[in-house]
Ligand binder design. Structure first.
Ligand SMILES: Cc1ncc(COP(=O)(O)O)c(C=O)c1O
Length: 468
């Protein structure tokens, strides 16, 4: 039977809470049948009366409902189920989702694009449709965008992937062997860190603090650890929002080149410059023939929509060929429909990005104002771009707060999710400003109320499946 962390709580309450948390966490799916009372009593070595009380409580609180003769089924309480367009943006089981820094695509933009691409799609329907390197016209468009941003690129240097995360996973798989060292920022994008761990690689972390990167430390980590690959997010870094200064980029690049390893630069957020000009591609600094060890990873997930699942990498053409060979072992190439949609949106990127930046500035302002009003003790720096604030709570209560506000319909991740090592950044929250001002204000109001009510440490470690 599950231990009761509170000790004194009646067993049925504890069990009902545990099951409701599993439902909220997505670990028990919605709309599935719960075991018959007798079965569950045996499995948990408890009495049938206890299980009856558990199911009664779940029904009363909205986490279950029963159909005559058909058993008891999982559900969500009324206020928690997201509806309409918000459903697109929110986690499936949480009313306000601040765990993922991923904006939605305006409905009209999507439907207009779908109408425009129909004839192009019809032309493709006469072909086999396998494109392991990516749709040729999309590769050309991505290459052209790099060139316009200041890094001359030909389509042969582009591999279209199912998102930036896919690009990184392919690179780790091809360039590294288990046990190799990979340099990553601390904090960093959690799924990238997870990919590094799952590939059996050892993480060498370099700190990103309130004052940004410490290039002396980066240089000495390159010198001493000689990582096989370094993964950096210099443009509006996730989660801190920092932009690596020009002067530091050259030093980092030279240190990487001296060490002889690969430098993978994630530019997923680079075009979300809100207060500064969009930075040119990092790799534009690498002279041709100077080692050629820089690979750039990009994506449409933050600039357009993560639901497209379109990203890319830019690398020497020979490496692109090897990576395409590796990718056919798993997915044979992306969907033609998705790539045509991505191409259409890229063709309108300047116009769409201008709107997106405007919206993000407004949302960032609303979030900052709500924080100032409701939690004046918290501090943060307004990032010059990107999608989130890296908020300092002044005390290590981020997991407790995230745990607590989940009960109030807000999903948010504690700073520790972004750490290369467990146990740090407990005083930090990453708060994305990807939701509407109203939702952001409501989320901050709920967080402030939870804080004012007092926090108890979370019961056990609860990690949600993923963040973005
Ligand atoms: C820095 C960074 N890289 C990659 C990703 C994942 O991108 P994609 O959806 O293209 O796989 C994210 C998403 O949050 C991110 O912040």
């Amino acid at each position: 039977m599950l231990p009761d962390p509170a000790g004194a709580r009646p067993a049925y309450r504890h069990l009902a809470k545990a099951i409701s948390e599993l439902i909220l966490d997505g670990r028990v799916a919605l709309h599935v049948r719960l075991p018959a009372e007798r079965e569950l009593a045996v499995a948990l070595a408890t009495s049938r009366t206890t299980v009856t009380a558990v199911y009664d409580l779940l029904r009363e609180s909205g986490y279950a409902h029963s159909r005559q003769g058909a058993g008891t089924w999982t559900s969500l309480p009324a206020g928690r189920a997201p509806s309409g367009v918000r459903r697109l943006l929110a986690a499936e089981d949480t009313e306000i989702d601040l765990a993922r820094a991923a904006p939605g695509l305006p409905e009209r933009t999507l439907t207009d694009a779908l109408a425009r691409i129909a004839p192009r799609l019809a032309e493709h329907a006469h072909t086999p449709g396998y494109h392991p390197y990516g749709l040729p016209e999309l590769r050309a468009a991505v290459a052209e965008r790099f060139t316009r941003r200041g890094l001359t690129t030909v389509p042969e240097q582009i591999l279209v992937t199912s998102g930036a995360q896919h690009a990184l996973t392919l690179l780790l798989g091809l360039l590294c062997r288990p046990g190799d060292r990979v340099m990553a920022e601390n904090p960093s994008y959690p799924n990238a860190l997870e990919a590094v761990r799952r590939a059996g690689l050892r993480t060498v972390s370099v700190p990103v603090t309130d004052s940004g990167w410490d290039v002396d430390i980066v240089e000495s980590a390159f010198r001493q650890a000689v990582p096989r690959l370094a993964f950096l997010i210099p443009d509006f870094h996730n989660p801190t929002g920092h932009l690596m200064p020009e002067s530091e980029r050259g030093r980092v690049l030279r240190a990487a080149q001296r060490s002889g390893g690969w430098l993978v630069v994630d530019e997923t957020l680079a075009e979300l410059a809100l207060d500064v000009p969009a930075p040119p591609p990092f790799a534009a600094r690498a002279e041709p023939g100077s080692g050629g060890q820089v690979v750039t990873v990009g994506s449409m997930s933050k600039t357009h929509w993560a639901g497209l699942r379109i990203g890319w990498l830019r690398a020497p053409a020979r490496l692109v060929t090897e990576l395409a060979g590796q990718r056919v072992a798993t997915d044979m190439g992306g969907s033609v429909l998705d790539q045509l949609l991505a191409l259409d949106l890229l063709e309108r990127a300047d116009e769409l990005l201008a709107l997106r930046r405007e919206r993000l500035r407004e949302q960032r302002g609303a979030l900052a104002a709500a924080l100032t009003e409701h939690v004046p003790r918290w501090s943060w720096q307004l990032p010059p771009g990107g999608l989130s604030l890296w908020v300092d709570l002044g005390e290590p209560v981020a997991s407790a707060l995230a745990d607590r506000v989940r009960d109030d319909g807000v999903r948010i991740e504690s700073g520790s999710r972004f750490a290369t090592d467990p146990g740090v950044f407990e005083q930090r929250l990453r708060i994305p400003y990807t939701a509407s001002p109203d939702i952001l204000r409501e989320a901050v109001r709920r967080m402030a109320a939870a804080l004012a009510a007092g926090l108890t440490p979370p019961s056990g470690t609860r990690r949600s499946h993923w963040v973005a």
